[in-house]
Ligand binder design. Structure first.
Ligand SMILES: [Zn+2]
Length: 328
């Protein structure tokens, strides 16, 4: 069938992250038929990363036994502030040198296919809403806990981007004015308290202060190769220190949700990202209880708080949704 289609019938979703790039080829029905993964290597500079994104897209297309002329459009989620109309990444705090990068223009030149750039949290929320939840909830808040904390808002069935197209920066809600420094320059942001980066920092600081944890037996005293999955293993083996740190992060996520529910009253709050994927069993009940404790009486009634099942694929799925929407 692919050979006979001269016009693009497929769309590609790309998840650009600080450590890895994922690309997926999707049918118009949003079924993924081929994917590819490449490390980002942001230390090699912006041009090298743009080339790697192009290569990752080509690999995914090849994996699906197609070529670029079968592709109608490419939707990309980038980890930072984005000018959607221009397709520029204004600033990406976790990527070296990413300031005002014309990603749409550069990639269109290399691939010859229309490219659409959005914030990664928005893209993930869009993917979960349209594909996992079949676009049923009228309103949804997506919170994605990984290297940072990304967010996305669906209001009245559509992505809400606000006046400056910057809405949904949930990770930079300040939850503790005396809290630790954040990558954005502020203190006590949600992501400085509950992201993977924050959790790892708390664990490493605790170990320096003499806290006992089996993580040092598993990984050595410097905890150099620490991953979210190690935290799950430690908690399941009864590690009290790791359990306390994770409970603390889960409480902050619950407080963040309570604030958002008070303001927006969403139908569904969906959690995703690497930390939730690895630790949903350990964190979800604390998150839900804390959200219920801190929200105004009555505001949580009927609000669902769930963990996404899309896992790592939320970004590429949302990218495909965006590309399909923009090329229709
Ligand atoms: Zn911040």
């Amino acid at each position: 069938m692919a050979e006979t289609s001269s016009k693009g019938e497929y769309v590609v979703g790309v998840d650009l992250g600080g450590t890895k790039i994922l690309a997926g080829v999707f049918k118009n029905s949003l079924e993924c038929i081929g994917s590819s993964k490449l490390s980002t290597k942001s230390q090699r500079g912006v041009d090298a990363v743009v080339e790697r994104i192009a290569r990752c897209v080509q690999d995914a297309v090849d994996e699906a036994d197609l070529n670029l002329k079968h592709v109608a459009g490419i939707g990309i989620g980038a980890p930072g502030a984005v000018d959607f109309a221009e397709g520029r990444v204004i600033f990406a705090p976790n990527m070296e040198g990413w300031k005002d990068v014309p990603l749409k223009k550069d990639l269109e030149k290399q691939l010859g296919v229309p490219v659409f750039v959005e914030n990664d949290g928005n893209i993930c929320a869009l993917g979960v809403h349209v594909v996992e939840l079949k676009a049923k909830p009228k309103s949804l808040i997506g919170i994605f806990v990984g290297t940072g904390i990304g967010g996305g808002l669906i209001i009245n069935g559509d992505l809400y981007s606000g006046f400056n197209h910057t809405a949904g920066e949930i990770g930079h809600m300040v939850l503790d004015i005396n809290g630790p420094k954040c990558g954005c320059g502020n203190k006590g942001c949600f992501e400085a308290l509950a992201s993977r980066t924050a959790i790892f920092q708390q664990i490493k600081a605790g170990v320096k202060d003499g806290e006992k944890t089996m993580l040092t037996e598993m990984l050595g005293d410097d905890l150099a190769d620490l991953r979210s999955g190690d935290l799950r293993k430690a908690i399941r083996r009864g590690d009290k220190f790791v359990d306390k740190v994770i409970e603390g992060a889960a409480e902050y996520i619950g407080i963040g949700i309570a604030n958002l529910v008070n303001i927006l009253s969403p139908e569904v709050v969906v959690l995703g990202g690497g930390v939730i994927e690895a630790l949903a069993d350990e964190m979800m009940s604390v998150i839900v209880e804390t959200a219920q404790d801190y929200a105004m009486p009555g505001t949580m009634k009927g609000v669902e708080i769930i963990a996404s099942k899309l896992g790592d694929n939320a970004g590429i799925t949302g990218g495909a949704v965006l590309a399909r929407r923009e090329t229709k």
